[in-house]
Ligand binder design. Structure first.
Ligand code: MRU
Length: 356
């Protein structure tokens, strides 16, 4: 998608370097950063210079390529793979990508390993891009139906950033919206600001603005009243891990939106590529929910009138904080899962019907 009219992907490889858009600087500064080592990739994931389930998976895949460039030695590569998987705990795409890379590299000799690793990392990014595009084409039908019925602008609420910045291109939740916009369907997006890191306000609103899509940033608590007033036609969110029973783990606050949507008969869809499905865990209590630094809550960053980035504390130093980064929305609150293969019920039967 575009930034200031120029097309970008979120990650690319050139001259033995991995290039990323540093998302901690957006929306005020657009900075392209070089990752030179596996440690750089791990750090970029931990500090959320790259974030979003599919993109951290792709970064981990390229992180392994960087570790081979650094030291073509199996025990070093294995150590890097473990550290990459541990860099963030909740999104399954991270483990999925590293496992896929390590499987491909198993038994390969030192001479060929770099080329094979690079080809596989590229395949992971190209596949994600294709899958996200297809998620958009599948989800487009839902928006088209709403637009036909309503004969007016379709209002869509989304949480966090499941946009192209969270993937390689297109996004998951935003892909149907981009496709609808490109077809000339009038859409407007309610963007949850998504405290504490404000990925909605800082990233989703930014990328929608760059594509010329009408959007309004709202507080995380505003979705309920908008739904009661009939101002939300549908919700679409992304996910970091969807269990085979259809339970959806996503950014903290997603669950409350799904409860509100249920109470107001607003369809609540989750968009995901198959790399986000966890076929192993059966009970959502087994998902490791990331707990992040309390400073993400106690401090906010913004730009002042002199164009200077400032970081300030917003509540007493003495106050305790708990910063859980994800929650789980039970399958019964999800109207459907929009995947690269089609839309299905949020259930084992639904998912197995699409992914044999
Ligand atoms: O903590 P983040 O910013 O990595 O969380 C991102 C989300 O929760 C997204 O909704 C999810 O990764 C889906 S990305 C297409």
């Amino acid at each position: 998608m575009k930034i200031e009219g120029k097309s970008y992907k979120t990650i690319w490889f050139i001259n033995n370097l991995v290039k990323i858009i540093d998302q901690t600087k957006l929306p005020h500064q657009f900075v392209i950063k070089d990752l030179k080592t596996a440690k750089d990739a791990i750090n970029a994931i931990k500090t959320m210079q790259v974030r979003g389930a599919p993109l951290i998976g792709a970064t981990a895949a390229y992180g392994l390529v960087l570790s081979i460039i650094e030291k073509n030695d199996l025990s070093f590569i294995k150590k890097s793979s473990k550290e990459l998987i541990a860099s963030r705990p909740t999104a399954i795409n991270l483990k999925w990508a590293v496992d896929r890379m390590m499987k491909k590299l198993s038994g390969v000799n030192n001479k060929d390993i770099l080329k094979i690793a690079l080809d596989e990392a590229k395949a992971i990014t190209e596949e994600d891009e294709k899958f996200c595009k297809n998620i958009g084409l599948n989800g487009l039908k839902i928006i088209e139906d709403l637009a036909k019925k309503k004969k007016d602008t379709v209002n869509i609420l989304t949480h966090c950033n499941a946009g192209w910045l969270a993937t390689i291109d297109w996004g998951t939740a935003t892909s149907p919206i981009y496709h609808a916009h490109q077809k000339g369907i009038k859409v407007h997006v309610w963007v949850d600001e998504t405290r504490p890191r404000n990925q909605g306000a800082n990233l989703t609103s930014y990328e929608l603005n760059e594509e010329g899509i009408s959007n309004t940033v709202i507080t995380d608590n505003a979705g309920g009243i908008l739904m009661q007033r009939g101002q939300v036609d549908m919700c679409i969110v992304g996910t970091d891990r969807t269990l085979s029973n259809g339970d959806v783990c996503n950014k903290i606050g997603t669950y409350l939106k799904a409860l509100s949507a249920k109470d107001n008969n607003v369809p609540f869809y989750v968009a995901l590529p198959s790399s986000t499905i966890d076929w192993n865990i059966k009970d959502h209590n087994q998902i490791s929910i990331e707990e992040r630094d309390s400073e993400e809550l106690s401090h906010v960053e913004g730009i002042d009138e002199n164009n200077e980035i400032k970081r300030v504390r917003i509540y007493p130093q003495k106050s305790k904080s708990l910063n859980l980064a994800f929650d789980v929305t039970p399958a019964k609150l999800v109207s459907g899962l929009i995947t690269e293969k089609g839309i299905c019920e949020a259930s084992e039967k639904g998912l197995k019907g699409l992914f044999k």
